[in-house]
Design a protein around this ligand. Structure first.
Ligand SMILES: Nc1ncnc2c1ncn2[C@@H]1O[C@H](COP(=O)(O)OP(=O)(O)OP(=O)(O)O)[C@@H](O)[C@H]1O
Length: 361
């Protein structure tokens, strides 16, 4: 049985805005899943529907095999951590953490025992009597987590929980979150528009755009096998060429005719042939050869170096193509160590067909 299932879930707000449509997802117990997408794509609405803060207009939310679509938030085995933490400023830390237990009607002795235990765990016991509005961002974040976890939810829902923290603290708390999640073994569903956070923290990522699921995959697969043009443009740094797909590539590959010549990548030629398509090539799959390079074959494009620089251990190469967007190649600096080319020089790029994907455009 899955911990969480969303079955064809949709949300149309009263003003007619279609915020989410046809959302299907099944989450295993103990999985860390991130919803990732640009602002307004429906991430928060979906999370709020799982929590019960927003009604759903179609489909079902099922938790541990039970349909909870019509239950209020306090009767669902979920807790939600809000973006701004939503702590009660006039209450002290203890009272803030105790709140969810009160709402659920637990007796005082049990409340005190549970709150005491979780404050200890989060290193908050010494400030239990302080008012929440006197505390730092990191402390407030920990209180919000303690408050969410004290009710012992099956699923913790986190809405951009690190958005208000500075970069260093963010990294520290990211690590803490991951360790905590492993230790507790509970399911985390996390909303973020920060790619590095989603890809670094989660077991699987749900990429959304315009209220729809584009792809549900492991972080690695999003990089190596984007399933849609949106994902190819949104995740990582893919170079994209447009053209028309055709039969004629090797088995399991799809050929695409572009204005820079024929190319081949992984794709279903039978389904795509004759249609507009793109080929997406992850930046680190591209090899750059100097002028005079004598190799040839499929997936070979000649271009001119626009610029070349190094940031830390990552080398960046920007290449101009006739009448097309520049290509950006990013890779470990060692990979370009032997390349003598500088701005204005001609280079040839190549890539293995297996490392690129042909997708319907
Ligand atoms: N209460 C509401 N009434 C009407 N439309 C709403 C309401 N809340 C959100 N929306 C709209 O629903 C769509 C999805 O919004 P949602 O907040 O879920 O997106 P999001 O991906 O979480 O964005 P962000 O990252 O900016 O929070 C947007 O078009 C938004 O304007």
């Amino acid at each position: 049985m899955h911990d969480l299932e969303l079955i064809n879930v949709g949300k149309v707000y009263d003003d007619g805005t279609v915020a989410v449509a046809g959302f299907d997802l099944a989450v295993e117990k103990g999985e860390f899943v991130a919803f990732l997408g640009p602002s307004g794509c429906g991430k928060t609405t979906t999370l709020r529907m799982i929590a019960g803060f927003e009604t759903i207009t179609s489909g079902d939310v099922v938790i541990k095999g039970r349909n909870v679509s019509d239950l209020p938030p306090e009767r669902r085995p979920t807790s939600m951590i809000f973006q701004n933490y939503a702590l009660f400023p006039h209450m002290n830390v203890f009272e803030n953490v105790e709140y969810g237990l009160k709402v659920r009607g637990l007796a005082k002795a049990e409340r005190q025992e549970r709150v005491g235990r979780i404050l200890d765990k989060f290193g908050l016991s010494a400030i239990a009597q302080e008012r929440a509005d006197n505390l730092s961002g990191g402390q407030r974040q920990r209180i919000a987590l303690a408050r969410g976890l004290v009710v012992e939810p099956d699923i913790l829902l986190l809405d951009e929980p690190l958005g208000a923290l500075d970069a260093n603290l963010r990294r520290v708390i990211q690590d803490e979150l991951k360790i905590l999640q492993r230790e507790l073994g509970i399911t985390f569903v996390f909303v973020t528009h920060a790619q590095s956070e989603a890809l670094g923290l989660s077991d699987r990522v749900v990429v959304m755009s315009n209220g729809k699921v584009e792809q549900i995959s492991t972080p690695r697969e999003l990089y190596t096998r984007p399933a849609t043009p949106f994902v190819a443009g949104f995740i990582g740094a893919n170079t994209i060429f447009r053209g028309e797909a055709s039969q004629g590539g090797a088995p399991g590959r799809c050929r695409i005719d572009t204005r820079f010549g024929p190319m081949e990548g992984v794709g279903d030629a039978g389904a795509l042939a004759g249609r507009s398509a793109i080929i997406a090539i992850p930046s680190d799959a591209i090899a750059v050869h100097p002028a005079g390079w004598s190799g040839s074959g499929i997936n070979t494009v000649t271009s001119t170096v626009l610029s070349r620089d190094v940031v830390g251990h990552i080398g960046h190469l920007s290449l101009a193509l006739d009448g097309a967007e520049p290509i950006l190649v990013e890779s470990h600096v060692d990979r370009f160590a032997g390349l003598q080319a500088g701005p204005g020089d001609t280079v040839t790029i190549t890539w293995e067909p297996e490392r690129s994907s042909v997708l319907a455009a």
